[in-house]
Design a binder for this molecule. Structure first.
Ligand SMILES: [Zn+2]
Ligand SMILES: [Zn+2]
Length: 411
């Protein structure tokens, strides 16, 4: 859940106080008397790397589009009202930083900076160094606590009370920080590396999934396809559906296809599910990782940076016409207010099938027809909870610009 702080400066002060108390408190009260000098030196080194990577996550900008940015052919032409500039794909205008941010993930209150294309690596390294340092401290403090438990029958004058109090205070705080950062790091790795998506794009994916069956979305997708590619969208076919056809005898498959409904008249493609969508910027786990951290030998180097500019995000080569070859989100984040939303199937859905029940649930969910600005995901997050400036995101104008630009191209 997005955190909004009343005093933004606290977002940096609180982590600094936590790092100082955990790092130097553990060293002064416990480790200095219990650990080998070489082990202490390693602990101090990793603590220094926490400070360095944190400072870099705060001061390195997330990456901004160049002045007078010009999208390439086949990319969204999205205009930012506030920057008076085109936005590269994956970029959003941050309401706190008041600039367009390349591959914006979210505005992070804890670094008082946006997490985006150029500093995702610094953010990941910060999480990694915190995990390593707090994990090490957690093990050492737990061993000391176990020792105290083992020696619980000792008379009190033999117990170092200052150290005992420090362990009782520091260990739970350390475990809390470790687990919180672990959850955040796992979430980042699953989204950034596993799926190649920023958090905003994950939110957008959930919205597309929820509104996937609506005519309003597909009317927009059809228009976008025509505008971007200059031709009518081909009939979309599910990969699962295709696999079934491939298993059938060829003649049987042709007959089967011929017997299907006249799909031309349907706005929402039959047999095409959200599972068939290909996220255009997912380049595979290895490429997703190197796109953030650079080459493997530089991953732990504080200065390591992504190799690409981020102005024209690379797209997967597996993006094919029949799998909806459009930038993300495919509806351009736009839904016409006046578009007719027909809910044809609600009445005649057969409820004997579990899949139909889940489809019916989706159709009856008020989020199916909700505008993007107001749309909330399952945990109640709206787009502006990630820091996106919804005033600058003006899909209505964006789509008009796409359309007028296409006219200019064809002239
Ligand atoms: Zn902007
Ligand atoms: Zn920001």
């Amino acid at each position: 859940m997005a955190v909004q702080l009343k005093w933004p400066i606290l977002g940096v002060v609180i982590p600094c106080v936590l790092i100082a108390i955990l790092g130097y408190g553990s060293h002064y009260f416990v480790f200095s008397s219990r650990l080998e000098p070489s082990t202490q030196a390693w602990f101090q080194f990793s603590l220094t790397m926490v400070w360095v990577s944190y400072a870099l996550a705060i001061i390195i900008p997330p990456g901004l589009p160049p002045h007078n940015f010009e999208p390439k052919h086949g990319e969204w032409r999205r205009w930012c009202k506030k920057c008076q500039n085109y936005k590269p794909e994956r970029a959003h205008h941050c309401k706190t930083c008041n600039v367009c941010v390349l591959q914006m993930d979210h505005h992070c209150p804890w670094t008082y900076n946006c997490v985006g294309h150029r500093n995702m690596g610094h953010f990941l390294r910060f999480l990694a160094w915190v995990l390593w340092t707090t994990g090490f401290a957690m093990v050492q403090l737990a061993l000391v606590a176990l020792q105290y438990y083992h020696d619980r029958a000792l008379p009190s004058y033999l117990v170092d009370k200052r150290e005992l109090v420090a362990v009782v205070f520091l260990l739970p705080v350390d475990v809390f920080v470790f687990l919180t950062i672990l959850v955040l790091a796992i979430r980042c790795l699953i989204n950034w590396v596993g799926r190649g998506m920023s958090q905003i794009e994950v939110w957008e994916w959930e919205r597309i999934e929820h509104q996937f069956h609506t005519e309003r979305m597909w009317s927009q997708i059809n228009r976008n396809y025509l505008t971007l590619h200059g031709r009518k969208m081909p009939q979309l076919t599910s990969w699962n559906h295709l696999a079934v056809l491939l298993q059938m005898d060829e003649r049987e498959a042709i007959a089967h296809e011929a017997g299907t409904a006249p799909v031309d008249e349907l706005v929402v493609p039959p047999n095409f599910t959200p599972d068939d969508l290909v996220f255009p910027y997912d380049l595979g786990m290895w490429n997703n990782l190197t796109a953030i951290l650079g080459y493997p030998w530089a991953w732990l180097m504080p200065w390591s940076e992504p190799s690409s500019s981020g102005y024209h995000p690379a797209k997967t080569k597996y993006l094919e016409d029949d799998q909806l070859n459009l930038p993300w989100p495919p509806d351009g984040g736009h839904q016409e207010q006046t578009a007719f939303v027909r809910d044809t199937c609600t009445d005649d859905i057969e409820l004997s099938d579990y899949r139909n029940i889940s489809l019916l649930k989706k159709r009856l969910d008020p989020r199916s027809t909700m505008e993007r600005k107001k749309w909330v995901n399952d945990v109640g997050e709206r787009l502006d909870d990630y820091g996106v400036d919804l005033e600058a995101e003006d899909p209505e104008n964006e789509v008009l610009l796409v359309a007028s630009d296409n006219r200019m191209d064809s002239d």
